[in-house]
Write a protein that binds this ligand. Structure first.
Ligand code: SF4
Length: 138
């Protein structure tokens, strides 16, 4: 069991060539840079895949939120393959489903609508981060 911590690790999938993969990454950046900069830590998914010591320590010691771009759930599966339970998992498309007026476009880089959707999603995830940061979510 993880000790209570005031940090939360957010891991988006790599999502190469997929708009919802790009959206996952942008949501993670929004959380780490604007919404909860003092709480959210990011790490790179491939670092976990190669069992990088520092990345593994981060996900072992802190609650983890994964954000995947499609149902294959690469980020979720990758964290679990390291023997770490994911605290909360999301698919970025669900934020589009909830906000159909914000259809994201772009693969390497999201368009303005996609960036707005990422900001909305990050705002909606803030309470989840806050809850996990106190170690209060089981
Ligand atoms: S979850 Fe889907 S979009 Fe993300 S890296 Fe895996 S296959 Fe690509």
């Amino acid at each position: 069991m993880k000790m209570p911590t005031d940090k939360v690790v957010v891991i988006p999938c790599s999502g190469i060539g997929k708009v919802y993969g790009a959206l996952s990454r942008e949501i993670a950046y929004e959380l780490a840079e604007r919404v909860r900069p003092d709480t959210v830590l990011l790490t790179c998914l491939p670092l976990l895949m190669i069992a990088d010591e520092q990345a593994t320590q981060l996900v072992t010691e802190n609650p983890v939120i994964t954000i995947d771009g499609c149902p294959l759930g690469c980020a979720h599966k990758c964290v679990e393959s390291r023997g770490v339970e994911v605290a909360k998992t999301f698919q970025s498309i669900s934020f589009y489903v909830a906000h159909k007026d914000h259809k994201p476009e772009g693969v390497a880089e999201l368009d303005e609508t996609g960036r707005k959707l990422a900001a909305i999603a990050a705002d909606e995830l803030a309470p989840v981060v806050d809850e996990l940061a106190g170690g209060r979510v089981k």
